[in-house]
Design a protein around this ligand. Sequence first.
Ligand code: FAD
Ligand code: UDP
Length: 369
Amino acid sequence: MHYDYLVVGAGLFGAAFAQRMLETEKSVLVIEKRDHIGGNVFTEEVEGIQVHRYGAHIFHTDSKKAWEYVNRFAEFNRYTNSPIANYHGQLYSLPFNMYTFHKMWDVNTPIEAADIIARQRHDSGILVPTNLEEQAISLVGTDIYEKLIKGYTEKQWGRPCRELPSFIIRRLPVRYTYDNNYFTSRYQGIPIGGYTRMVEKMLSGIEVRLNVDYLEDKAHWDSLADRVVYTGPIDAYFGYCCGPLAYRSVRFETEVLDMPNFQGNAVVNYTDRETPFTRIIEHKHFEFGTQSKTVISREYSQEWEPGMEPYYPVNDEKNTALYEQYRALAEKEPNILFGGRLGQYRYYDMDAVLLSALELAEKEKEGTL
Ligand code: FAD
Ligand code: UDP
């Protein structure tokens, strides 16, 4: 059988693109090198709890289009992300808000908190922040930077904060209200029944072949379709010809515990440098689980090496420039489109990935009709 599209990767990008093309009556084959669909949002049931195998995923978006799209395939619960930071046993609320400032400085009002931050910013002498450290101190002052940002960020990215781009920290909101909601997004929740079930619905009616690595027999797979959408790592596609891009990988240590409640919250970040993991996820709290057991995952961030899963693109200057070389090569490749977090080497959230897949599908539809 010959297909209109071959989609490489059954993650959110591949699934949304395939779903949309099927809707426009194109024939699509999806191939996936793992033994399951869903990419990094994959969830599996353990002890009746949906476990996020590749890290905690909280869907949040400001886009009505993205929200309505996912609600076609799943019903979402009312989960609101409110992580806790643990710094040497002291607990602080995240994101940075009046509860954090109260605990840090024993202040009660926004004016008192803003004064302390302004004083610390002034004392640091930073006028225009040029890296993550300076950006963080400008936003929240030196105390919060030292206790809640520096250690976590350096563990997460394996690089000094002064060598990291400031946009990473701009994702973290700072508010002068008593509000522990991590996200400012209009819509937020977790799909009831797990992400895998949601992606299954997106892929319903589409042929999916698992355990297939496209790059191992590219010519064969290319011959099966008119056009290819590739959502794997862009540098791997080109045989790393310009050199490997840097990624951060994560090692998950998952345990079933014979107790109903381990940490009382879905996400606890360990922000000191000494604790080797970055955070502990207790999966049942994403869905208000009442099971007698619980499942936790410790996350250890590490530099990606061949054979590991590439999770986070490292969008520093060097790697952004290298990615540009790959992008130029990608533009010259006939009949192949690159999408998703790895294909575009971008720190994309789920909603952004979905919107970009839907946009690509729209363009393809216009181009081919
Ligand atoms: P992926 O999910 O990586 O899918 C790509 C697929 O392609 C994979 O299944 C892979 O196996 C397959 N593939 C690769 N190469 C080949 C090949 N050669 N042949 C065949 N198949 C191949 N976003 C949020 O909005 N909220 C969150 O809370 C959140 N938390 C996150 C936590 C972590 C730890 C990580 C890493 C990401 C998080 N994200 C979050 C981002 C989210 O995971 C991504 O936006 C989304 O999963 C990207 O989908 P994708 O399809 O681009 O990539
Ligand atoms: N961060 C931090 N302390 C925290 C949580 C996050 O310094 O307790 C910083 C860190 O640099 C991280 C960035 O904020 O990379 C974004 O964090 P978020 O949890 O939003 O990112 P995710 O890992 O979910 O993509």
